[in-house]
Structures are given as C-alpha cells and as structure tokens.
Design a binder for this molecule. Sequence first.
Ligand SMILES: Cc1cc2nc3c(=O)[nH]c(=O)nc-3n(C[C@H](O)[C@H](O)[C@H](O)COP(=O)(O)OP(=O)(O)OC[C@H]3O[C@@H](n4cnc5c(N)ncnc54)[C@H](O)[C@@H]3O)c2cc1C
Length: 371
Amino acid sequence: MRVEVAVIGGGVTGALVADALLQAGKQVAVFDRRGFVLGSTPASTALLQFEIDQPLTLLSRRIGKEKASRAWWRSATGVQALRGRIEDLRLDCDFRAREAAYLPGNVLDVAGLKAEAEARARIGLRSAFIGREELRQRTGLRKAGAIWSSGNAEVDPVKLARGLWRSARARGAMLHAPVDVVDIEPGRRGVTLTTAEGAEIRAGAVVLATGYELARMLHPKGYSIISSWAIATRPQARALWPSRCLIWEAADPYLYIRTTADGRALIGGEDAAFEDEAKRDALIPAKVKRLEAKAKALLPGVDTKADFAWAGCFGQSATGLPAIGRVPGAPSCYAVMGFGGNGITFAAIAAQMMQRMVLGLRDPDEDLFAV
Ligand SMILES: Cc1cc2nc3c(=O)[nH]c(=O)nc-3n(C[C@H](O)[C@H](O)[C@H](O)COP(=O)(O)OP(=O)(O)OC[C@H]3O[C@@H](n4cnc5c(N)ncnc54)[C@H](O)[C@@H]3O)c2cc1C
C-alpha cells in the first residue's frame, strides 16, 4: 500500500491528527493493532483543561517564565481549538464548557494558590483566587479558597473519538484494524512500515499516535508510566453542586471530580508510578474506597458510592508537558505523546503541530514540546 501520511494509533490523538491532516488535503491511512478507540482513550475521565498538571509558578521555576507562559497559553488555545472543531463537525459528544475550582493541597497551599492565580492573571489567563464564602456559594465546598478558572470543558471521550473517526472515514481516510505495525524504516523518500503479517506500507510521512506505549521505544528523558483509577457514581442530578464546575486539588496524589451529562459524579486520581496491569487492577477495590471517602469528605451531599470503577495508564513527563514533534534521527517520522492528565488537550495541540510539520512548515512552539 502507498499513502501520503500513515497515522499509527486509533485513539483520540490519532483521530485529531488524522482530522488535521485531512484538513490540509493529505491522503491519510490509519492503523491500530487493537481496534479503534480501545486504548487509553475510553478510560479517560476527559476533563478538558487548559490548566496543566504543573502549576504555572512551579513550571516557571523548572523551564523559565517565558517558556512556561507559552506552554500554558498553548494549552488554553488547544482547548479552544478542540471546541471549535467539535462545533464545526457537529460532533455529538456531550461537550460542555466548564469552570474549574483548584483547591489547596500539599503541592500548593492557600498562599501558593494566591501566587499562582496572580501569575496566571498577569499573563492574561482567566483565573482568579476566590475565598471561602465565594467558593461555598459556587460549589458547596468548604475549603479556605480556590483558584477559579474559566475556559475549561468536559467531553465524552469515546463519543468524541468515534465521531472524529466517522468524520475522517467519510472524508476519505482509510482506517485499518487490527493491524500491528512492527517495524518502521525511514528512507530517503519516505517511510516503510511493516505489519505483523508482513505487509508493507510506503508512506511519505508517519505520525506515531500510539499512546503511552510509544515511550518504551523512544525513552524520553524523565518519563514514567502512571496508573490511575476512576469511579462514576449513580446518576443524582439534584445532589450535584450548582456550577457543575470541574474540581481538582493541588495535591500529590491528587483528586479530581467532574459531573457527567447523565448526572453522575466522575471521581479520579490516586495515581501511582507503575505500569503492571494485573497489579493495577488488583488495587481497584482499595482505590475505589479511597476515592469514595475522599470525595465524600469534600462533597457530603453527594452519594459517592461507585456505580462503575476502572483503571488505566498514561505517561508522565517530568515537566507535565507533552512530547510532540520529529523523531530524532528518523526523517519523516513524527511522534505524539500527550503526557499526563491533560492528554486530550495536548492531542488538540498535536493535531495543529502535526499539520504544520507534515506540510514542512514551522510551529512556533516546536522547542517547547520537542521529542
Ligand atoms: C484513568 C485515566 C484518566 C484520564 N483523564 C484524563 C482527563 O481527565 N483529561 C485528559 O485530557 N486526559 C486524561 N487522560 C489521558 C488521556 O486519556 C490520554 O492522554 C489519551 O486518551 C491518549 O490517547 P491516545 O490516542 O494518544 O492513546 P490511546 O487511546 O491509547 O490510543 C493509542 C492506540 O495506538 C495503538 N497502537 C499502539 N502501538 C501500535 C502499533 N505498533 N501498531 C498499531 N497500533 C498501535 C493502540 O492499540 C491504541 O489503540 C486520562 C487517562 C486515564 C488512563
């Protein structure tokens, strides 16, 4: 088979990248070894946050103020771009714009949150510190204060990814699964992919959107694989907090909560740095108890008992930033590893960057996310 661009990976990242390449008039073929939307994407709790896991103040200390500001802004425009694309394609995916409350914890206390809110406001992001009373009125939460942000959202990740794939297929993308790509050979005029069955695919360029598994091949610096757990409560629309904002803690391990279109609370966190699936799944009952108890302490009026519980993995970089760009030493090969709890926002950024790079154009933030 010959194709202009091959995309490996049938999750939300591959879907957004394929959509952006089709927008640029490229011929696209996509391969997944499992099936479409069967990797990490369906495990996602899908808070669409511009708020990167690493607070702006802490990220500034690690990579400098100018780069950290650019990363936070690129993340904000990533959420906006995703929203725009969902509207353009009229995807029915329970997308809702949401405000977010970021609560004090062992990463940032109240003083830290105030400094963080000021730093964000200085670069023009829509975040402000609110005190105890205002927080109680908006959310019912009894905490000393929080950063209140606008510009976030939530989505059903399966509906989003499936909607994108349906649209891509209708516009001519060739979708193939199960196809395991076992070898990638860059050459002078493109890339040759070999599948487990021995078929060859010649592509002008290849985008690896293979999720956290990719890091085993590329070994980015400071990278680790994280196990994460989540529960969904029974539907209880009347017991949920008035603003239905996203709630998350400046804590390690953190807790985050959102609501769903059918009135459930979705609660996640308790992250731990290991990948062993059997060990991860064996921990589900204990992690469920912790999530139920922690959420109950925050939201006494909500029945936090799990109706569903699950676990999944994602990659994490030392800075919380994704790796998006050219694969070093492999011409015409591009990789996307949307690290951390913002993987979907980062996938939206990756789609913009992959479109430019495959067209031979530069992206202003290449240096921030270089693989
Ligand atoms: C519990 C949990 C909660 C999360 N919460 C959030 C959140 O609130 N907000 C957020 O933005 N992100 C969140 N994330 C992260 C987010 O879900 C992921 O970043 C995102 O879904 C990754 O999508 P992907 O398409 O890159 O990977 P995947 O969905 O894993 O897709 C990659 C695909 O590549 C295929 N593949 C791999 N290697 C090959 C190969 N050699 N040949 C062919 N196919 C191959 C796999 O089969 C897989 O289907 C969460 C993740 C988890 C696990």
